[in-house]
Design a binder for this molecule. Sequence first.
Ligand code: AMP
Ligand code: GLY
Length: 364
Amino acid sequence: ADENNIDLTIVGPEAPLVGGVVDQFRAAGRAIAGPTAAAARLEGSKVFSKDFMSRAGIPTARYETVSTPEDARRAIASFGTPVVLKADGLAAGKGVVVAQDRAAAEAALPALLSITGRLVVEEFLRGEEVSFIVLSDGRRAVPLEPTQDHKCLLDGDRGPNTGGMGAYSDSNILTGSQSEMIMDTIIEPTLAAMAARSDRYTGFLYAGLMMTTQGPKVLEYNARLGDPETQPLMYRLHCDWAEVLLAAANGNLAGVRLDWKPEPSVCVVVAADGYPGAVRTGDVIRGIREAEESGAIVFHAGTRQSDRGIETAGGRVLGVTASGTDLRAAIANAYSATAKIDFEGMQYRRDIGAKGLDRREASW
Ligand code: AMP
Ligand code: GLY
């Protein structure tokens, strides 16, 4: 950034945040939007974030921290099943197991314990998930529009947990009063409790929520924008993002308003063969131009340029994103663009956004 005299830096992934990139930029007097290393522990350590929520009275699932297989087995037995196991520390979306029965929970223990030697064993919560992201300058928080991710690999929320197989953004995901309740019971208390620890939170704060019959509860915090939530959000954004981020980096979001296009947007993640396990790379991708000609934006995640053209270079390869006059139309547009994409072994979910179609009947 110094060499190129970069005016504003925005941090995408969690590892540099947890590693202190924001602290270093600030020390060097360069504008950067993101939390300090101390504040990014909300994402970097599940144990830190659960203890933090418990002390600050922020609604979340009941939990116990364990560091031996014996204690883990005892905690699993006491919570009953389904039960959720979370490795402490960053695990690139692979540190959480939702186990349907005791055998599955116990089978997952060795791998999870090997990540950092500590585990959170947690009560299973029922409800619909919502990703609620705000931008904070340390004092004020400006909410982004709500989004919903689809974490499981397969249609109908089956199969293993992934980094996210698709997301949509629609203002109908939350009512005005639900958004207010989330700001009042989760976001504001989180920022206040961080400030009280002298770890004032700046940058994006992502609350992954479960909308339970007892109200919204935090499943996790991320210290950044979500992937693939960002793709449908960017599609709907209708103001100068750089100005907003510069204001946040300079600690002054007063008077900043975000404008959004009202039309819902949908992002279908196209993943490589084998994802979320070991993936094959180097397959040539066809149809990106055709997909974009239909009005979609194709976000690249795991691609690279080679002599043969653009080829796969990671697990989640592309995020095909489109909008429509209503959610049904947005889904149809995103899938007709996705159908133009082709590479060996590609996989994607066929039901991204479908949950939003019967929202009006939902009880939460
Ligand atoms: P996390 O990385 O903590 O958000 O967990 C990944 C995914 O696991 C979440 O998006 C949920 O789908 C699921 N999950 C995590 N914690 C719970 C819980 N306590 N109850 C039910 N599902 C959960
Ligand atoms: N989509 C969830 C995440 O970015 O962690």
